[in-house]
Design a protein around this ligand. Sequence first.
Ligand code: 13P
Ligand code: SF4
Length: 308
Amino acid sequence: MALNELQRRVLRLKEEKNAILLAHNYQVPEIQVIADHLGDSLELCIEAQRAEDADMIVFCGVDFMAETAAILNPGKKVVIPSQKACCPMAAMLPMSRLIEAKKRHPGAPVVLYVNTLAEAKAEATVTCTSANADRIVRRLDTDTVIFGPDRNLAYFVGKRVPGVEIIPVPEDGHCNVHRFIGDGDEAMELKKRYPGSEVWAHPECEPAFQDRADYVLSTGGMVRRARESGAEVFIVGTELGLIDRLDRENPGKTFLPAKRFAECGAMKRITLEGLYAALVNEEPVVTVQEDVASRARQAIERMLELSV
Ligand code: 13P
Ligand code: SF4
């Protein structure tokens, strides 16, 4: 795909400023194709940690992702093209509930999804993503964990790691986009129409859909499964932006949304025009208070150690 004038300007400016461009799989395709690294939350955490040589990180994703990059790179300029790109799930964990759960279950490790704000991460034993949550909980070698904020990811972990009691905090943390996909009825109708197709659900999807899907995968897991599978048609239970990537990387295979219109408004706040302006102005800058960042950093670094 030939690049347009604005994409070329972004690339030139990025080079001049020695900036690195990290983009999540749900970003619009014009941004996906010019990113230095396009990936899921875990892959982007790893790339953010490796970004020592860059003078600036431009993060095309939502608030908690850019915050994580800032936490992992104290002193480096991290810019997010829109301050309105805020993941509603990340705001669903009130600190009071977390502190209360810690008091009620003294000694239980606190495993928090990276889809949380820095203040919450600072209270965590370890963070996790949808790609490594089961592995992290298994490796903690404990019989109880406090887990938040995604109730559906907690369900996924509970199924994969039997014998561990998962205490969800809050009770009903969820992602609206994946909840909108529902119980997977549309996906199952499509599967009947395309025999031999695979149904994928993201772990943020409702338990009923997870139970009916052929695979429950993070967005990075879906990217890998698309390459490896011999199937020709895939019914994709996650945000629509991932389908742009899957189509581009797998010519000849067909990717259908498990639910039409499952779009994340927060992710779509980031536009190519906004990205260009952010590079020109080097703002908005993402900042995290160092006392909070240093405690959150320990939880994120522990995740990165435990997930290899
Ligand atoms: P992934 O880590 O699977 O990309 O998921 C991030 C996310 O926010 C899903 O809604
Ligand atoms: Fe947050 Fe859901 Fe959007 Fe992911 S898809 S960034 S969890 S609102």
